[in-house]
Design a protein around this ligand. Sequence first.
Ligand code: ATP
Length: 226
Amino acid sequence: MSQPVLYLKNANIFQDNILILKNLDFEINKGEFFYLIGKTGSGKSSLLKILYGDLPLIDGVGEVVDYDLPSLKEKQIPFLRRKIGIVFQDFKLLNDRTINENLLFVLKATGWKNKDEMQSKINEVLTKVGLQDKGYKMPFQLSGGEQQRIAIARALLNDPELIIADEPTGNLDPKTSMEVMALLNEIHKSGKTILMATHDYSLILKYPQRTFKVENGEVFEVVHQQ
Ligand SMILES: Nc1ncnc2c1ncn2[C@@H]1O[C@H](COP(=O)(O)OP(=O)(O)OP(=O)(O)O)[C@@H](O)[C@H]1O
């Protein structure tokens, strides 16, 4: 039986008291890969923010990785985020420390204590993204594509039930975008559930998956033309 990793029902999403998205009704099951497409300003990021607890769900019902969204408390958010890996367009690496220290920072902040276990986890995620020899580098010494791979490695540290990627290729050239997409596809094949916002149709054509479109305040599934 399919297991929803997240769902929203009758959900209305507001920014600053303005209704951005109305009557959302969808669910994502374990192991699925979903794209979220839509024009700039259509509300993709607002929807993703609801899902990782950055915007409160004040109207409607919904759950993400077993957390009830309408009743989500501030102090639960760090725990929710441990079960979700988030990847942003602008990587959001800490530029004043090495890659290894960036990853160590997240592990310590999420309760890891044992040094050997932390280093072995870091080696594991860096190997997964093909950058096992870059741990000593500073983020600015890496290319954009490499920085995004590190951000993906960081998202994998706590073995998340869901990966949310908000325009992960938005700052990358087409070739590097495809490489990052190939990596996300591989991670999906290894069993992860992924929700990715993008407006790059070439990625969707190369890696077709179920796609939801955000338009005129609504979200609906689109069927790909062959
Ligand atoms: N913090 C905020 N306060 C008030 N309004 C906001 C805020 N963030 C976004 N909005 C508004 O909400 C609407 C949806 O924005 P959102 O960032 O979700 O769109 P998007 O589809 O993700 O666009 P992009 O692709 O540019 O990121 C826009 O009209 C935007 O101006």
